[in-house]
Design a protein around this ligand. Structure first.
Ligand code: NCD
Length: 307
């Protein structure tokens, strides 16, 4: 197929064919990082600005390394040191960046839809590195890539996502991507963080960990997004861990070959214990490795599209 999008904003917008095309492209780019010289000239002469208006460790480093491995020129903008603090609008800031003949803007922002908004006004490409609780497409792509690599397929698999689903962009993006590729998705957690309304988008909603894990091929454990919570969504961290945490005892509910995933950052002993995070079912660090390949694929596809 021919890639035609200048932006990557959300998996909701993409077809199954487009998602599969990104995964296949990432498979090729994964080999680059395994070489002695970890670099290809795919984005030589292109400039990428990384603009993270919300905290990030993995995603920011991963995007920056992906850009370096594609030979792009890179500028890292610090939101705290930008003119946003002087009252400039987000659109004015990014229009000024574009006026410097930049080719791609990779942005993380706390406002849902911020990247879609700027993408409508810019002719350069925009890649969403997370917008509030809405969408985090490259995280879901790397999760789906990891599942496909380990299980050989996506269609027909049972994937359970446990945690603060209502505040999670990782959950939403995974749901959209996994459903498009034919997986069965269960979301689980306390009713305050996993409302029944999620059923309307085609997922199973479960408020009991045992039922949620029973037939799962994959379990993705998410962090409580305290920075997005405005009220007390559960009584205490200890109680949450007791009912919804993955530990030595609750691992018994899972099939022996189930994959344990987590997008990071982990709150050890809350959503899962250290022995499980570091145990034989865990693919958490492989997710990080695959994230680099996914970001190389996405940057290459949107960066080389004919405008
Ligand atoms: C996630 C995020 O920022 O949405 N982390 C990540 O990108 N690896 C999940 C989280 O913060 O819990």
């Amino acid at each position: 197929m021919q890639w035609t999008r200048k932006d990557l904003l959300s998996l909701y917008d993409l077809s199954a064919e487009e998602i599969t095309y990104i995964l296949d492209t990432a498979e090729e780019f994964k080999k680059v990082s395994e070489r002695r010289v970890k670099k290809v000239p795919a984005l030589r002469g292109k400039t990428v600005v990384n603009f993270f208006v919300e905290p990030s460790t993995r995603t920011r480093v991963s995007f920056e390394l992906a850009e370096q491995r594609l030979s792009a020129d890179i500028v890292n903008m610090q939101a705290q040191a930008s003119s946003l603090l002087k009252g400039e609008t987000l659109l004015d800031t990014v229009k000024n960046i574009e006026a410097l003949q930049v080719d791609l803007v990779v942005m993380r922002h706390s406002a849902p839809g911020a990247q879609a908004f700027i993408a409508r006004h810019l002719s350069c490409g925009v890649v969403n590195a997370g917008d509030g609780a809405h969408s985090h497409p490259t995280q879901a792509l790397l999760d789906i890539f990891t599942i496909r690599e380990k299980k050989g397929r996506i269609a027909g698999l049972n994937v359970t996502i446990v945690g603060d689903i209502i505040h999670s962009r990782v959950a939403r993006s995974n749901i959209w991507g996994l459903l498009k590729l034919g997986a069965n998705v269960t979301v689980a957690g306390p009713a305050t963080m996993v409302p029944k309304e999620f059923e309307s988008i085609g997922v199973r909603v479960c408020h009991n960990l045992k039922d949620a894990l029973k037939d799962a091929d994959v379990v993705n454990m998410l962090r409580i997004q305290r920075e997005r919570q405005t009220a007390g969504f559960f009584p205490s961290t200890g109680e949450y861990a007791k009912f919804f945490g993955l530990n030595h005892d609750t691992m018994k509910y899972l099939k022996p070959d189930a994959l344990v995933m987590h997008p990071g950052p982990i709150n050890r002993d809350v959503e899962l214990t250290g022995d499980i995070a570091d145990g034989p079912n865990s693919v958490i660090l492989e997710q990080v490795t695959n994230g680099l390949a996914i970001r190389m694929a996405v940057l290459y596809l949107v960066g080389c599209v004919k405008k």
